[in-house]
Design a protein around this ligand. Structure first.
Ligand code: MF3
Ligand code: CO
Ligand code: CO
Length: 248
């Protein structure tokens, strides 16, 4: 069931999402050659605490991290570790917070030092696919209308979309209905109601769409070890379009 938010709930969603965006911004500022993903997690943790919020990820289905840090071939759910970032790496940082009983969820993939021209194009197209999905999301649209533009944008540029993980509704719970796949057909799927909140997330692979799960049971990597990028915003769906909530 898709939960439609009341005016009061929307106020709290805005607050929670703004804080998630602030944490992502602060953490992203610290991405640099030589830093470990654990150090980035510590920075995020401090910021979350200083804002009076809580991590929405820590302890969720026993996830052991405060944030997710997904380097290069890691698609999502990278657990912060003593892995150091190298020149030319990319890192997806995913932040979820709970505040006033509501969740905000946002992710962005950052360049470390100087990345190649190909990698730069890859990140640009991945972010574009999220932006196009946001442009195509408004009350009355179907899920397939959003999913299909993600797939089209990625594939027409020679990249692939992840099939095994999806975007999601969000509210009091991190993951609510509906699911928002990265692939689909326009005109297909359930209609998106006004005043629902969605975490639209694109997971784009440079090579194959196929994934592998590491033995930690969290880290998802590309089967061919090529790069993967992750961009995510939590939005409020309105008549004419979305209000992006994870901004600051
Ligand atoms: N943030 C992820 C998402 O965008 C979910 C993280 S799973 C967790 O949906 F266990 F790490 F919380
Ligand atoms: Co997320
Ligand atoms: Co999400």
């Amino acid at each position: 069931m898709i939960h439609v938010k009341s005016a009061i709930e929307i106020v709290s969603m805005r607050n929670a999402c703004r804080l998630a965006a602030e944490v992502l911004k602060e953490t992203g500022k610290n991405v640099q050659i030589g830093i470990t993903t654990k150090e980035l997690e510590n920075i995020a943790n401090k910021k979350i605490k200083s804002l009076g919020a809580k991590s929405a990820f820590f302890g969720y289905r026993d996830y052991p991290g405060i944030i997710c840090t997904s380097v290069n071939e890691v698609i999502i759910h990278g657990i912060p570790s003593y892995r150091k970032l190298n020149d030319g790496d990319i890192i997806g940082i995913d932040v979820g917070v709970v505040y006033e009983g509501f969740c905000g969820d946002t992710a962005k993939t950052f360049a470390v030092g100087k990345i190649s021209e190909n990698t730069e194009k890859f990140l640009k197209i991945s972010e574009l696919s999220l932006n196009k999905a946001l442009d195509n999301c408004f009350a009355g649209q179907r899920i397939g209308d959003v999913s299909s533009v993600i797939q089209k944008t990625a594939e027409e540029n020679g990249f692939s979309v992840v099939r095994d993980f999806v975007g999601h509704g969000i509210g009091r719970n991190l993951h609510e209905d509906p699911q928002i796949p990265n692939r689909g057909k326009a005109g297909i799927g359930v209609r998106i109601p006004e005043s629902c909140c969605l975490a639209i997330e694109v997971m784009i692979n440079e090579g194959t769409w196929q994934v592998e799960l590491l033995s930690d049971n969290w880290t998802v990597i590309t089967a061919d070890k090529k790069l993967s990028a992750h961009f995510e915003h939590t939005v409020l769906v309105k008549k004419g379009g979305v209000e992006i909530l994870t901004v600051c």
